[in-house]
Structures are given as structure tokens and as C-alpha cells.
Design a protein. Structure first.
Length: 132
């Protein structure tokens, strides 16, 4: 796989230098699934520089199972390791969900582009949930 250059609506970079929070990861993935799907790269800085995935996140099968267990309905992602510039990065492929997804904590989220063109994950408003 070729290393993406920047974040978009369907590409997200997350630094894992300080062991990225699993609850935040579930939220990011649910937001992607509720929008257009895409790829989340754990172990990359916002500017696209690979800095490596934390050892706690290197087991791809464990990560996939944890994501399934903490999303409703279960989100089935595909995770694998990539090596760029000598750093291991966890690449997580997120499918588009045909039904509205939430975290196991009951958070409904989606992705959107801010005015500067960078993406963010935001909560769905009640009327957006009803529209879906």
C-alpha cells in the first residue's frame, strides 16, 4: 500500500506516541463507518509523518476483535501492519456501514470537513439520527 500524504474525509492519521485511547479509536472508526468509510492509520502524525504504533496496538487480530466488541452493531474492520520510513503503522480499513453505528457507550458519530478542509469526528445531532 502506498503511504497517503494527507488526511481527508476517508483518510485519518492518529499519533500513537502516547498510546492512543481505545475509546477514542472506537469513536473515530464509528464516525468513519457512518460517513464514507476509509482508512485510519494509527502511528502517524497529522502531517503524515510515520512515528510508529505503540506495542499495545500491534496485534491486528486483537485490535479487530476489540473494535467488534465495542461497537454496535459490531464493526468488522480489516487491520494490518505497514512499514513506512522504518516505522510500523497499523492500517485499519473501515467499511461504510449500511446501518447507523454507535460505540458500545452509545455515541453516534460522523465525519465532516472543517472550513480549512481538515476532517473531524463529531456527534450526530438527534435529527440526523432520525433522518438516517
Amino acid at each position: 500500500m502506498e503511504k497517503p500524504d494527507k488526511e481527508t474525509l476517508t483518510i485519518e492519521f492518529k499519533s500513537d506516541r502516547k498510546c492512543y485511547s481505545m475509546s477514542k479509536l472506537y469513536e473515530d472508526l464509528v464516525g468513519m463507518a457512518n460517513t464514507d468509510g476509509g482508512w485510519l492509520f494509527l502511528g502517524m502524525e497529522d502531517d503524515g509523518t510515520p512515528t510508529g504504533v505503540n506495542h499495545q496496538h500491534k496485534n491486528c487480530q486483537h485490535m479487530e476483535a476489540s473494535i467488534q466488541d465495542h461497537t454496535v452493531p459490531s464493526l468488522f474492520v480489516h487491520a494490518h501492519m505497514e512499514e513506512w520510513k522504518g516505522c510500523e503503522v497499523l492500517a485499519i480499513e473501515v467499511p461504510i456501514s449500511r446501518q447507523l453505528m454507535m460505540t458500545s457507550e452509545g455515541k453516534y458519530l460522523r465525519r465532516r470537513l472543517k472550513q480549512d478542509g481538515t476532517p473531524e469526528t463529531v456527534a450526530l445531532k438527534p435529527y440526523e439520527i432520525l433522518q438516517r
